[in-house]
Design a binder for this molecule. Structure first.
Ligand code: ZN
Ligand code: ZN
Ligand code: ZN
Length: 326
């Protein structure tokens, strides 16, 4: 069972998952990693011997699954206890890491990448997010759900088969609390709606469709960072209509196409930010795309201040001009 431990210096929770890295070889360089071991069976391929009971499954006419959500076999968060904070000592504040940890296998094909998905597959992916977010919102001990896609070893993907993860947490994480405070602080209406207006057709604009706009934000903290902004003002991803949700998913896929055309098959993190289930104030859900091109070093760890060596205006120009396959 993993534990939440409170960093008293920052007020942020840390999750300690003791079973995850048992061997020092888990920290071995890339070439020795299991991802590249051809003898190791992929647990997410359809012919895998591991028959997990899916929490959600899309099956085609022939009876083959096209997408499935399954429990993570090595969950970082597990159980239905509500957050019970305990003091173990003068500076030792902990709680059980209850909640849920799910894997969203969005294609039966081992080799496919998010930027290669068809509109229909993107629609399935976004619908699965909506369904699972709604299920988590109805689970009493889950306060926030973090959906992510990690692609590439450098971005933390431990298995090559394309998949995302949904982590249902018993607390609202610090990053979201900070964004909530920022929405409250902003005097000009909604930050995301105002950004959409301010950045359309300028030097940081990358692409748009009827339902979403993608930019390199003015405050990009890392090279080629992207912000995906749904055009409809909704607090929660689950408030969005199915059509609009597909449009946002297609904008994410197309943004990835532009990244791949510009930089190649890079590692990236895709993260969805939505208002916590029980949230009353201002918020507008969105997604961040972080290409993993650099590492954070001492200055960033020491100060929390990121140094970005590529201006977002330059990055956006490169991405706009990329020769993208339709
Ligand atoms: Zn596979
Ligand atoms: Zn808004
Ligand atoms: Zn955000």
């Amino acid at each position: 069972m993993s534990q939440l431990r409170l960093n008293l210096l920052t007020g942020r929770w840390v999750t300690v998952v003791p079973s995850r890295a048992k061997r020092t070889s888990d920290f071995a360089p890339r070439a020795q990693k299991v991802e590249n071991d051809p003898d190791r069976e992929c647990p997410f391929c359809p012919d895998s011997a591991h028959a997990d009971t899916p929490l959600l499954e899309n099956v085609d006419a022939a009876g083959n699954w096209q997408l499935r959500v399954i429990p993570n076999r090595y969950p970082a968060f597990e159980g239905d206890e509500s957050l019970a904070v305990r003091n173990l000592g003068p500076v030792h504040v902990m709680a059980e890491a209850s909640g849920t940890h799910e894997v969203l296998v969005y294609s039966p094909e081992h080799e496919v990448r998010f930027d290669n998905l068809s509109d229909e597959q993107v629609a399935k992916f976004m619908a699965a997010l909506k369904t699972r977010f709604a299920a988590h919102a109805n689970t009493p001990n889950i306060r926030y759900t973090q959906a992510i896609v990690n692609h590439g070893r450098e971005a933390g993907a431990s298995l090559a088969h394309p998949h995302g993860q949904l982590l249902g947490l018993p607390f609202v994480p610090g990053e979201i609390l900070e964004e909530e405070r920022a929405f409250e602080r902003f005097k000009g209406g909604c930050i995301v709606c105002t950004t959409t207006e301010a950045e359309s057709n300028n030097e940081r604009f990358v692409l748009a469709n009827d339902h979403a706009m993608v930019i390199c934000p003015f405050w990009s903290s890392s090279p080629y960072e992207l912000l995906v902004m749904p055009k409809a003002h909704q607090q929660h991803l689950t408030d969005t209509t199915d059509d609009a949700l597909v449009g946002v998913g297609i904008a994410i896929r197309d943004a990835l196409k532009h990244l791949v055309a510009t930089l190649g098959d890079i590692a990236f993190n895709l993260v969805f930010h939505t208002a916590p289930s029980h949230h009353a104030g201002m918020y507008h859900w969105h997604a961040h795309l972080f290409p993993k091109l650099t590492t954070t070093a001492g200055f960033e760890r020491g100060t929390g201040v990121m140094i970005n060596i590529i201006a977002p205006e330059f990055a956006a120009q490169e991405l706009r001009n990329a020769a993208v396959n339709a």
